[in-house]
Ligand binder design. Sequence first.
Ligand SMILES: Nc1ncnc2c1ncn2[C@@H]1O[C@H](COP(=O)(O)OP(=O)(O)OP(=O)(O)O)[C@@H](O)[C@H]1O
Ligand SMILES: [Mg+2]
Length: 160
Amino acid sequence: MSQNILVPLDGSRSALRALEHACLMQRADGGTLHLLHIVEPPVALDHMGAQTGSTPVDYTPAQGHEEGESLLRKAWAQVGSPSAEVHFHVEDNPPGRPERTIVMLARELDIDTIVMGSRGLSDLKGLVVGSVSHKVSHVAHCTVITLHVPDPVADDSATP
Ligand SMILES: Nc1ncnc2c1ncn2[C@@H]1O[C@H](COP(=O)(O)OP(=O)(O)OP(=O)(O)O)[C@@H](O)[C@H]1O
Ligand SMILES: [Mg+2]
């Protein structure tokens, strides 16, 4: 069955793993891959290193888009299938969270399966699943596959 696959990428190992898996699915069944990055503007730090809540003065949305485009192209160059049909999407983060953009674009593009990482760039080691993947898996209209990449340190201490 030829399908439309959406892969949201935030630059994390987990998301790259999701792209690898999506490429395997595309090779097996054909279809089109859509890679998505949602720009999340950086937060400025004060002189003590604490987050101020505003964006750095030298940051522009155009810069965010350029970096997003480059992130997608690098990920594709790393693990993409040369023969596959692929489209790159870089979107701004509307008020709220990236999950809204992922779910809306999935509907717009008539996506059959979203393949994403279980975790992203946050350093919340206690959580098994990040808030974006958690919410997408609850509200998306289509199948959602999340790829978990074990933390090497946590792995060593895990009981069998
Ligand atoms: N800005 C983004 N653009 C595209 N995909 C994203 C973005 N943020 C998250 N994702 C997708 O969601 C997956 C899970 O990331 P998520 O943000 O849920 O976890 P986290 O960063 O560990 O935790 P949280 O953000 O809730 O603190 C990522 O692997 C990626 O596939
Ligand atoms: Mg995150």
